[in-house]
Design a protein around this ligand. Structure first.
Ligand code: PEP
Length: 248
């Protein structure tokens, strides 16, 4: 089945609000493509001005994180309602940087996925192995474990809204991209896992992105693979290069 491609930028902890607006405006003409969903996932403080800057364009805005409660004494956190009300439609969940630096477990991430879906935000759920796991030959076992744990209790109808980002940790921000065959192998295994959890039709509807040093030079090859439905792009999303990832 034809899945609509989705290319999302992950700006990470980069760009002040005024810098974010300037970058958004620079990228708007470069990322026009009616056949692709384009998303800017930006720091929480940049959501409101970036939503305003991209109004009337084909660009959706996403948050980079959310908290599992609706409101209350959780100093420093942001809720799904806040993200929605600010005008964002997507939220990254389980990026390897959050798993590593903020000790986010799959059990916790499962709650985040459910909260995002309950509030009508589209989760971009990240998974991916370390270099050690790849070298030990447990990549697919590990990624299957992450997907199964993160989607516990999520219905098939809700799962169809989720975007999965396969991001081998050794390829993030390192300039080492997985080969298109390596990326396709794991994305195909994720789809098989989704078919086991749900059914083939559900699995066929879920979009799976590749992320890890994706850029203008390698995007076309990665995106030509049958199970790679888009990209989650870090470094290259902060540059005009992003236009060439959307329009390779
Ligand atoms: C990311 O942070 O999700 C990512 C893929 O980063 P980069 O493209 O810089 O490797």
């Amino acid at each position: 089945m034809a899945r609509r491609k989705i290319i999302a930028g992950n700006w990470k902890m980069n760009k002040t609000p005024s810098e974010a607006v300037a970058l958004a405006k620079e990228l708007i003409p470069l990322v026009k493509n009616d056949d692709v969903d384009v998303v800017f996932c930006v720091p929480a403080i940049d959501i409101v001005p970036v939503v305003e800057a991209v109004k009337g364009t084909n660009i959706g805005v996403g948050a980079e994180n959310l908290y599992i409660e609706d409101s209350g004494a959780y100093t420093g956190e942001i809720s799904a309602d806040m993200i929605k009300d600010a005008g964002a439609k997507y939220v990254i969940i389980g990026h390897s940087e959050r798993r590593e630096y903020f000790a986010e477990t799959d059990e916790f991430l499962n709650k985040k996925v459910k909260k995002a879906l309950e509030k009508d935000l589209i989760p971009i759920l990240c998974c991916g192995e370390t270099l050690e796991q790849r070298e030990m030959g447990v990549t697919i076992d590990f990624v299957r474990f992450q997907i199964k744990s993160d989607l516990v209790g999520v219905s098939a109808d809700d799962a169809k809204k989720v975007v999965i980002a396969y991001e081998p940790i050794w390829a993030i921000g390192t300039g080492k991209t997985a080969t298109s065959d390596q990326a396709e192998e794991v994305c195909a295994a994720i789809r098989t896992c989704l078919a086991e959890i749900y059914d083939q039709q559900t699995a066929d509807e879920i979009r799976i992105q590749y992320g890890g040093s994706m850029n203008a030079a390698n995007a076309a090859e990665l995106l030509s693979k049958p199970n790679i439905d888009g990209g989650l792009v870090g470094g290259a999303s902060l540059k005009p290069d992003f236009g060439k990832v959307v329009n390779p």
